[in-house]
Design a protein around this ligand. Structure first.
Ligand code: CTP
Length: 400
């Protein structure tokens, strides 16, 4: 099978260096990438770098290799065009159909999905001109990723940062696999919890679990791609923020409860993918617990943590709010899942089998989604994104 053909457009912003990482991810995962930088992008990263990393020729103008008609061919033959970073200038040209270099010509001739990952200063992003250009591009079916909030060039911080290359890559992968579908969660607010809580014993020790947060991040990323406003409550994860998602970082089960309850007030759906500690140490030692010569250690006394899933299911913040739980089981997976669904009172329960090497930290997952209506939706072994899509399919159906 031919490799999918991706055009990586790079416009002239300092974040151009991050596009090298995106390019590497695209080529290593089996895509044939043609980089089309603008002339200003080459001030930041030179043509030799793009050419070496992509294994393809690089030009910025329509006047090179004219006999091959590159200004038409590159766009016509692409399966995906992604522009990262997309500057305010490139967005404006794309929105108005200007074509004064190879990238803008490519954007006009492409009939495949187009993804823009804007990066610029906050003032430029917020300017009505840019906002109207973004709205125009979205109306025409382009995917414009929301910029991240954080450190910009120099000492400035704010909205306008290029999302992490790993996250832009995930958006590209999804668009290549599924195309640009009608965003069925548009106008919805969803809350996702992810990761594993840590219950401190003293300033240096905690009781924790092996949850990586990858499934919750896949849920958040997928919901954002389907048009939802997403609040991700993240417990101790070391993962890059999914593009266009509000991330609230917490540590313990009690903090997770506060953050989820707050975000759930106006939410259409809440998905509890976090591994919440059922117990926490009864006392917290303000200083590090020391060993005492010749003495056995004191036992650790535990107290129950609140059951957040049961609480939000019993006392819904809004009528019709859809609540999804996860169950990690080692034995009698389905029977235990059914019992847990009833006990927790949620609408859907994603049941997966766990063990030392299964699920935790892995890229793949296999599960059955049980519905309070008696339904059973098996999800075959596959990427965590695929399970996430099934969860949102089931949620979207219940919200309609
Ligand atoms: N959960 C929660 N609050 C807790 C414990 C768990 O909200 N204190 C949520 C998890 O986020 C998950 C679901 O409940 O969505 C199932 O968690 P799990 O630990 O598998 O179930 P438990 O009810 O703790 O049952 P058991 O430990 O007996 O298997």
């Amino acid at each position: 099978m031919d490799k999918p053909k991706v055009v990586l457009g790079v416009s002239g912003g300092i974040a151009a260096y991050k596009a090298c990482e995106l390019l590497r991810r695209l080529t290593e995962s089996g895509h044939d990438v043609r980089v089309v930088p603008t002339a200003s992008a080459l001030h930041f990263v030179g043509a030799a770098t793009w050419s070496a990393l992509s294994g393809n020729p690089v030009s910025t103008e329509v006047w090179d290799d004219v006999h091959e008609v590159p200004h038409v061919r590159i766009g016509q033959h692409a399966d995906l065009v992604v522009v990262a970073p997309a500057t305010a200038d490139t967005l404006a040209k794309a929105a108005h159909g200007l074509a004064d270099d190879l990238l803008t010509n490519t954007l006009l001739t492409a009939r495949c999905p187009v993804v823009f990952a804007p990066a610029m200063h906050t003032e430029m992003w917020e300017h009505p001109a840019t906002q109207e250009n973004v709205a125009t591009l979205r109306r025409r079916g382009a995917v414009v990723i929301e910029p991240a909030v954080g450190r910009l060039t120099g000492v400035d911080t704010g909205k306008g940062r290029l999302p992490e290359p790993a996250e832009i890559f995930e958006v590209c992968r999804r668009v290549l696999a599924r195309g640009v579908a009608e965003p069925d969660l548009k106008g919805r607010h969803v809350v996702v919890s992810a990761g594993g809580t840590r219950e401190p014993l003293d300033p240096v020790r905690f009781l924790g679990n092996r949850s990586s947060g990858k499934q919750g991040y896949a849920l958040a990323r997928t919901a954002a791609a389907r048009g939802a406003r997403v609040t991700l409550v993240a417990a101790n994860t070391g993962l890059p923020d999914p593009a266009g998602v509000d991330v609230v970082r917490i540590g313990t089960a009690v903090q997770l409860r506060d953050a989820v309850l707050k975000a759930a007030q106006d939410a259409d759906a809440v998905v509890m993918a976090a591994a919440v500690a059922d117990f926490r140490p009864a006392t917290y030692a303000a200083g590090k617990i020391k060993k005492q010569d010749g003495q056995d250690p004191d036992p650790i006394v535990l107290v129950r943590n609140p059951d957040i899933l049961a609480e939000i299911s019993a006392d819904r913040a809004r009528p019709g709010q859809v609540i999804v739980g996860f169950a990690a089981e080692t034995d009698d997976v389905l029977a235990n899942g059914r019992k847990k669904l009833e006990r927790k009172g949620c609408d859907l329960l994603v049941v997966n089998e766990v063990g030392e090497s299964k699920t935790f930290g892995s890229e793949e997952n296999e599960a059955v989604v049980l519905g309070a209506d008696g339904s059973e939706t098996p999800v075959p072994h596959g990427p965590k994104e695929a399970l996430a899509e099934t969860v949102w399919d089931l949620v979207a159906r219940r919200l309609r």
